[in-house]
Design a protein around this ligand. Structure first.
Ligand code: ISL
Length: 515
């Protein structure tokens, strides 16, 4: 594996483990299932795999409610299966990133159970945020991301903070034992060979110790202050935590990396997480949130590169993940999704792919209500459908569900219409989305202009994105309603769809050499 700053332009594939591949027929994807399919990921041409949590968990939030950070949940496999996965990935030249959830634990975690048992004022409670209420009301007006108040009252009358589900109590990051425990955890997993760590809710760890209200306006709507003064998002103190984590990673050599999941609203705020002595990379959610619009995309690309390059960090580009509506559906067509991946993989920096996007999967919007498992569905009072639609298990082979995902019944039902989208069907079709991804990733590896570096916008009509990478590479994406001309004298390396003579049809992208 190439070592020198491999992470600056790595393509990382996100595996949502419970929906990737099932080895034991219980309908839930697991670690041996993933291990058996690593060859598929090596053939796809990615550099690394990020696995969502497989730790011991009651699975209230798909494993983001961790009961024991050092053990695998039997649902996903054994502790040995974790080590076997890391070994096999390394043998195939793939690096492994794991998911660390430092903002909260499960309410079944030993610390939280001890906190409940020990009662108000105890040292056990100090590792979480327990507070008295205001009369019968919660201590503050803070809201859970999943809906409802961010506080739950326990039998003795105290309330505890949970920015997510009540089964996910927030840890108190002002407590030295919390800090020490997570540094130990990093050492524990780095010593077992993991190459990197994705930090869940990296912007949420610290809370304002004064616990101020967010404030409710005349219409009764909570209007949080500007992010830079927010009582629980993106507080300055989190950076000190990440500076010490960077040192811990450094104990294991220069190649172990972090990627922050930090939902901040401006690229200059994101850049603070990736200063040279902090985290290596952070997801660029501005790109993910951007509409299929040339002006908006151009602005996001410029703002991102300006902010991140100012601190010497590479950009990352993300189109989908396990929390958002799949981008085929967001953009409105497979055709746009095909163009989007050529755009993403031509931009300077690294990229994150989400399982199934290489098959062109769309959001499954017609799941029966009875199967919906995401807590946002319940907690929102059924006003939000939740995130299950992007978590439907992958279709691998065959002509009917469960499409080779399991020998039993998949935990979420797959649509019959996916029979044409199985990995097996697409592997046999050179025009498929799978082949577009494979070819793009292979081309990216071979082409010295791609990956980390800089880019230059080329003159183009308003709804066309056209940019050069040095040496001798250009990408043109047509977001307009009509065809556009291609630069003369350039040879086509790869196109997301058929060209119209020398012209680029709408919602089509092309990679060019020699311009
Ligand atoms: O904080 C947010 C908005 O300001 C949210 O978008 C939040 O950052 C996001 O939901 C965090 O997601 C991650 O942590 C959750 C888990 O449910 C998600 O699956 C995970 O990706 C709680 O652990």
């Amino acid at each position: 594996m190439d070592s020198a700053k491999w992470w600056r332009d790595a393509v990382v594939y996100e595996v949502y483990v419970r929906s990737f591949a099932d080895s034991d027929g219980d309908g839930t994807g697991d670690l041996p299932g993933l291990r058996s399919r690593l060859g598929y990921l090596a053939d796809l041409g990615v550099d690394a795999v990020w696995t969502t949590p497989w730790y011991r968990s009651p699975m209230v939030d798909g494993g983001y409610d961790v009961e024991d950070h050092r053990r695998a949940d039997p649902l996903f496999g054994s502790d040995d299966d974790v080590l076997a996965l890391i070994d096999e990935a390394h043998r195939l030249g793939l690096r492994v990133l794991i998911d660390l959830v430092p903002n909260h634990t499960s309410d079944r975690h030993a610390w939280f159970r001890a906190a409940l048992a020990a009662g108000p004022g105890s040292p056990e409670r100090a590792r979480y945020h327990f507070r008295p209420g205001r009369g019968a009301q919660p201590p503050t007006d803070w809201r859970s991301v999943f809906g409802g108040p961010a506080w739950t009252r326990v039998a003795d009358g105290e309330w505890y903070l949970h920015l997510f589900a009540p089964e996910q109590p927030d840890l108190n990051w002002a407590h030295p034992e919390v800090r020490a425990e997570f540094e130990d955890l990093l050492r524990f997993w780095f010593a077992r060979g993991v190459d990197g760590v994705r930090i869940d809710v990296a912007h949420g760890l610290l809370k304002d110790p004064a616990f101020p209200d967010l404030g409710v306006d005349a219409e009764g709507i909570v209007r949080p202050p500007d992010r830079s003064r927010h009582p629980h998002w993106d507080r300055d103190g989190v950076h000190e935590i990440y500076r010490s984590w960077r040192q811990v990673a450094g104990e294991f050599g220069p190649d172990r990396v972090f990627v922050a999941e930090a939902w901040v609203d401006r690229p200059d705020r994101l850049a603070r997480y990736v200063r040279p002595d902090e985290l290596h990379t952070a997801f660029n959610f501005d790109f993910l949130r951007c509409a299929w619009d040339a002006g908006a995309l151009r602005e996001v690309v410029d703002r991102t590169l300006e902010a991140l390059h100012a601190v010497g960090a590479p950009a990352t580009w993300v189109l989908s993940n396990h929390d958002v509506v799949r981008h085929v559906t967001r953009f409105g067509s497979l055709r746009r999704a095909r163009a989007a991946v050529l755009l993403m993989l031509a931009l300077p920096g690294g990229a994150y792919l989400y399982q199934g996007e290489e098959l062109g999967l769309e959001e499954v919007e017609d799941l029966p209500e009875a199967v919906l498992a995401d807590p946002t569905w319940e907690r929102s009072g059924h006003t939000r459908r939740g995130r299950d639609g992007c978590r439907v298990p992958l279709p691998w082979s065959g002509t009917a569900p469960p499409f080779g995902f399991t020998s039993g019944a998949a935990w979420l039902p797959q649509p019959q219409r996916w029979l044409e989208l199985t990995a097996e069907a697409q592997a046999a079709d050179p025009d498929s989305m799978l082949w577009l991804y494979r070819t793009a990733l292979a081309t990216r590896r071979e082409h010295p202009a791609l990956g980390d570096g800089t880019m230059t916008w080329l003159p183009a009509p308003e709804d066309v994105l056209s940019f050069a990478r040095e040496p001798g590479f250009a990408c043109v994406v047509n977001l307009s309603a009509g065809p556009c001309a291609l630069p003369e004298g350039a040879s086509v390396l790869l196109a997301s769809g058929p060209l119209d003579g020398g012209r680029l049809p709408p919602d089509t992208a092309v990679w060019l050499a020699g311009s």
